[in-house]
Design a protein around this ligand. Structure first.
Ligand code: ASP
Length: 377
């Protein structure tokens, strides 16, 4: 990483302690007076330091388009172009063409983008037969007054803007879906009705329902998505996330990727963030928004992203009282989730529950993979 990812004089303890103290002070006002929260910090963006950070599969696109950013390109244009490389790649079964389909064998795509300078976003969800949902998301941002179009409406909007109708189900993805169906897999997303949790000691696990749920090999289906956050040479931030979502999902299911605040978020006052992995966990934590808010309060990218993951861990542990498969035998999340983030000063981080790589490109070392930081137990 280009710089130590902890701000001088800053650590998690002082951050959390300071935050708590500020909140206590803010709330100390008498009940009949207006209460204010400490004003957020706005930093001056670093200029002349073009930076991209994103999921590991963004590397190919970064290699192709980093030069555009370095030459003064718009950060949103570059983030979308990087994402489009994977959308058009039939080998990447997590996004666009060749993405794994839903339960019915239909490829439904989600994508969103956000632009710091105007604080505007655009998104599409459950869109079918359109090769580049990230580009459609950008058009929703630029050519409508809305943030999100879904399903048929999103498809019609894309067609009205000249996008061709494309069959996205490749032979490889159709075969993977057929095999999943033929195995009559219990690895799906339907949950049986159940009794409320009965603590302590998972007593309700003795019921047949719970045993079925607990024995499901849930969340082992292939997952993936592409996220890219960008900082331009002028210090503008933008981001884009695009995906075919959870493989063999319930038709109509929307993950975190097109949800502003969950699958991505940026704010020109502090930075940008995005997520890949179990979308429901990212939605429930509002992970990308949480990271950007932590940046605003002065956290360094690595600290902010790890703090968001810690919340995800605690939330999964609470949810496991209802859905035991959410945690493993050690009580850690059984699923994976990654966050990627950059701040206005050009610092960045990639964190994960389970490890792996992320992609980054900066003026010092160009496009490359780096190791994701993993939360300590
Ligand atoms: N986050 C995506 C979703 O939940 C899937 C993934 O990244 O694996 O739709």
């Amino acid at each position: 990483m280009n710089e130590p990812n902890t701000a001088p004089g800053y650590d998690r303890r002082t951050f959390l302690g300071g935050g708590a103290a500020a909140w206590a002070l803010a709330c100390a006002a008498p009940a009949n007076q207006e209460r204010t929260v400490a004003a957020p910090k706005t930093s001056t963006p670093r200029t002349g330091f073009p930076l991209l950070v994103g999921s590991a599969n963004a590397l190919v696109g970064m290699q192709r388009f980093y030069k555009d950013l370095a030459d003064g390109g718009d950060p949103l244009d570059v983030a979308v172009e990087v994402c489009k490389v994977q959308e058009a790649d039939p080998e990447d079964q997590s996004v666009g063409l060749g993405g794994l389909p839903n339960e019915d064998g239909v490829v439904q795509l989600d994508a969103a983008c956000m632009y710091g300078p105007t604080h505007k976003s655009g998104a599409v969800a459950c869109i079918e037969n359109i090769l580049h949902p990230s580009e459609v998301a950008k058009l929703v941002m630029q050519r409508t007054d809305h943030c999100l179009l879904v399903g048929k409406g999103a498809y019609e909007f894309a067609r009205a803007h000249g996008f061709p109708h494309v069959e996205l189900l490749t032979e490889a993805s159709r075969k993977a879906w057929l095999e999943w169906k033929e195995r009559l897999s219990s690895d799906d997303d339907w949950l049986q009705e159940r009794e409320p949790p009965k603590p302590p000691k998972n007593a309700s696990l003795e019921s047949a329902d719970w045993q079925r749920v607990a024995s499901r090999s849930a969340w082992k289906r292939p997952t993936g998505t592409i996220h890219v956050s960008a900082l331009s040479t002028r210090g503008e931030v933008a981001c884009c996330t695009t995906t075919s979502g959870l493989a063999f999902k319930i038709p109509g299911r929307v993950g975190d990727s097109p949800i502003i605040g969950a699958g991505l978020y940026c704010d020109q006052e502090c930075g940008s963030a995005g997520a890949t992995g179990r979308g429901e966990a990212s939605i429930l934590a509002n992970g990308s928004f949480a990271i950007v808010e932590l940046l605003r309060q002065g956290a360094a990218p690595l600290d902010a992203a790890k703090e968001a993951l810690r919340r995800v861990v605690r939330q999964a542990q609470r949810l496991s009282k209802w859905q035991p498969e959410m945690v493993d035998a050690d009580g850690r999340p059984s699923f994976n989730l990654q966050f990627y983030t950059l701040d206005l000063s050009g610092r960045f981080a990639g964190v994960s529950l389970k490890g792996g790589k992320f992609a980054v490109a900066d003026p010092e070392r160009g496009p490359r993979h780096e190791e994701l930081a993993v939360l300590d137990a």
